[in-house]
Unconditional design. Structure first.
Length: 159
């Protein structure tokens, strides 16, 4: 018998192990999606009660529960951003900062292992009133240097 030939017992054991791994992965995925949905529902209930600070806490939790194809983390990030903008317009800078920090934290926590973000500073884009903070993804398989942005100028300079 060659080394590449599998016995029926080995094949059954390997299939059983693969099936168990798939079941565990499915259970974990369901838990992540359900937790994100629950936190989003809690946040929406708090928004209905006008408890914005508690809503921000629940939205941050929902945004942290990332799973591919789950819509809940993206909705939570969108709501956090809207809350931050609304608080900023209302002059509630601490609340706006809390919402923006929740967005940043949730995104940074959901980056794959080995991927980081390097700040490129603030840049001004034509048509936008305020400069935007720009970041470059860094990972072992990505080039480290890219050409400068063509559609923006650093915020220190005016276009």
């Amino acid at each position: 018998m060659s080394a590449l030939t599998a016995t029926p017992g080995f094949t059954r054991a390997a299939l059983r192990l693969l099936l168990m791994a798939a079941c565990i992965l499915t259970l974990v995925s369901v838990r992540v999606v359900m937790s994100a949905r629950n936190e989003l529902q809690q946040a929406q209930a708090r928004l209905g009660q006008q408890d914005i600070d508690a809503a921000i806490v629940h939205l941050r939790r929902a945004a942290r529960w990332y799973a591919p194809l789950s819509p809940y983390h993206a909705r939570a990030l969108g709501l956090l951003w809207e809350l931050g903008e609304g608080a900023e317009r209302a002059g509630e800078l601490e609340r706006a900062l809390s919402a923006y920090r929740a967005v940043r934290g949730a995104i940074l926590e959901s980056l794959p292992e080995g991927v980081s973000l390097r700040s490129l500073g603030a840049w001004r884009f034509r048509g936008l009133p305020e400069p935007l903070a720009m970041f470059q993804a860094e990972a072992p398989d990505l080039p480290a240097d890219f050409p400068p942005l063509r559609s923006a100028v650093p915020a220190e300079r005016r276009a």
